[in-house]
Design a protein around this ligand. Structure first.
Ligand SMILES: C[S@@+](CC[C@H](N)C(=O)[O-])C[C@H]1O[C@@H](n2cnc3c(N)ncnc32)[C@H](O)[C@@H]1O
Length: 214
């Protein structure tokens, strides 16, 4: 029997050792595949619903270039393509080459003329990029934590410079309460660069920050 069919009887899990994200799990449950880290859903579960909720607040009509920082299994790409019918360019940056292979092999995320996959540290990528983006999705986690560098003004000044005029950001800012002070500390910087909207406890857990360039 095929794995997909078997998964209606019981969940089937495959564990994969990655370079930056520890052991991740690809689970087939009720015919649907999801990607989890040790303590968080990375792709195709609640994470996908959280980013979809964020995208619903953004007008994509004039969006032609999207930068995704944090590819994971690429679930937000599927949401953009299938649900928002966004057919223009997406550039996705991912630090972990094993995660890129998982996205490719397990979730059919394949580069083409409208999808560029870049294996790089998002911190370095935004420092050197010359391209302007109409929407930047910042979904950078190692397990359930956003690495500290992504709460620093330096990173956000670089993000500002590559946001197009009137462009937007969607920042999946945290899953855990104890980093709320990092967000509070960052807000004055973000407020000076973007018109902000903050949404708390999306799917009961995540803080989402949306911004339009000032
Ligand atoms: C929650 S997953 C992203 C899920 C994805 N956006 C989706 O829609 O399915 C977080 C990803 O951020 C990546 N990441 C963490 N730190 C990074 C960094 N410094 N540069 C690039 N990617 C990073 C991790 O390797 C992981 O794949």
């Amino acid at each position: 029997m095929k794995k997909k069919l078997l998964s209606y009887l019981y969940p089937i899990t495959q564990k994969v050792e990655t370079h930056n994200n520890g052991v991740v799990e690809i689970t087939y449950d009720q015919g649907k595949k999801i990607l989890d880290s040790a303590n968080a859903n990375y792709s195709y579960g609640s994470l996908q619903r959280i980013l979809k909720f964020g995208l619903q607040q953004i007008d994509l009509d004039h969006t032609r270039q999207i930068l995704l920082l944090g590819l994971g299994g690429g679930s937000v790409i599927k949401t953009l393509r299938n649900e928002f019918k966004y057919n223009h360019k997406i550039t996705a940056v991912e630090i972990d080459d094993i995660i890129i292979q998982i996205a490719f092999k397990e979730f059919n995320i394949k580069p083409n003329e409208n999808l560029e996959l870049v294996n790089d540290n998002a911190l370095f990528y935004v420092r050197k990029s010359k391209q302007k983006y109409d929407l930047i999705i910042i979904d950078l986690f190692i397990d359930n934590e956003v690495p500290k560098d992504f709460y620093e003004p330096d990173f956000w000044n670089n993000i500002y410079h590559i946001t197009s005029k009137g462009g937007s950001i969607l920042f999946n800012a945290s899953t855990i309460e104890h980093v709320q002070h990092e967000i509070e500390k960052l807000l004055p910087t973000l407020n000076s660069l973007y018109f902000l909207q903050q949404m708390n406890k999306v799917e009961g857990s995540n803080t989402l920050i949306l911004g339009t360039k000032k």
